[in-house]
Design a protein around this ligand. Sequence first.
Ligand code: CAA
Length: 379
Amino acid sequence: MLFQLNEEQLMIRQAARDFAQTELKPGVIERDEHQKFPAEQVKKLGELGFLGMMVSEKYNGSGLDALSYVLVMEELSKVDASASVVVSVNNSLVCFGLEAYGSDFQKEKYLKPLAAGEKIGAFCLSEPEAGSDATSQQTTAEDKGDHYLLNGTKNWITNGGTASTYLVIAQTDKSLRHKGINAFIVEKGMEGFTVGPKENKMGIRGSDTHSLMFNDVKVPKENRIGENGFGFKFAMKTLEGGRIGIAAQALGIAAGAYELALDYAKQRKAFGKPIAEHQAIAFKLADMATHIEAARLLVYKAAWLKDQGQPYTLAGSMAKLYASKVAMEVTVEAVQIHGGYGFVKEYHVERLMRDAKITQIYEGTSEIQKMVISREIIR
Ligand code: CAA
């Protein structure tokens, strides 16, 4: 494994770093405060090709590798995790799923505008009664010949209000359990499809999280993804890549908080010298830097395996489990290093601490990652 990024990867990382500083940082505190979706910024991310990074150019994507994608996720997340989650969901959960498993018709009609950033996608698996236990879907899709009739509720859907294209997982035959699940493409505006109010969240407050209600929504048969009964595997395969993106988000949140804490510790003086020169703070910084570097290696390795066409289920879950734990620990320490300033919004670290928590919850909780990891190593 090469521990060196190539020219293209370095350029892409720099572009994301610049974008984060010039476009995301200026309004990030206000967007968090007012739960404002970063609409203009997301539009620009689309123009830069960051919303369809790994999609082939044939379908309007940027045709880049997974390592470039995690570099972008890391840089954007250092500054604004509410914006980076849009990038993650659109790339990993929506575009990847459509390119890997969609029909030619679906790729032409739905993938192209999503990869170009002209439209935003959402991935709809979680339900009021089915979060971690994803086989227990209550949303149903009844086969009516030329269409399916979709009924049910989805919860915690990222991009729920702003998306135009929704990948919805539903039961078509309860008796078959996971083999009776399918994935469907649902468009905003289809009759019977309503978006619930925006959730008032602890972190990633700028991101757009909603419940979705489906009441006798007619979904054309050509909008089912893959063979009949493929929906659960579709969700699992898609989430595998998604977990690498969220691991990179967690890494970025940790690195962003660490960089702020390091700068602050070098400038802030107490007892006659910069606090970074007090061992109590210096040792904290040493731990933070070491844990972040370990998380980075896991995240990059998972992306690298994906790029090599090798299995990445285990590596992706390990990366997400560890990076999200590091994000939580490092952001708490960053607040501590800032003292009272860490507790107020202008210094950014309290927001990063709140944002870090979701990385241990969405796209599979830490407990789910341990389930996946233990099954992989025991099997
Ligand atoms: N790839 C391919 N197939 C897989 C798979 C994978 N990674 N994981 C499981 N499967 C297959 C199994 O092989 C099995 O198929 P067969 O019977 O044909 O062999 C089938 O799926 C069922 O597998 P399990 O018996 O392992 O299923 P389970 O009920 O024990 O659940 C689980 C496994 C890993 C816990 C899974 O339910 C899971 O990942 N749950 C968490 C769901 C999740 O991540 N939710 C987050 C919501 S999305 C989100 O947060 C998006 C957002 O907005 C940000």
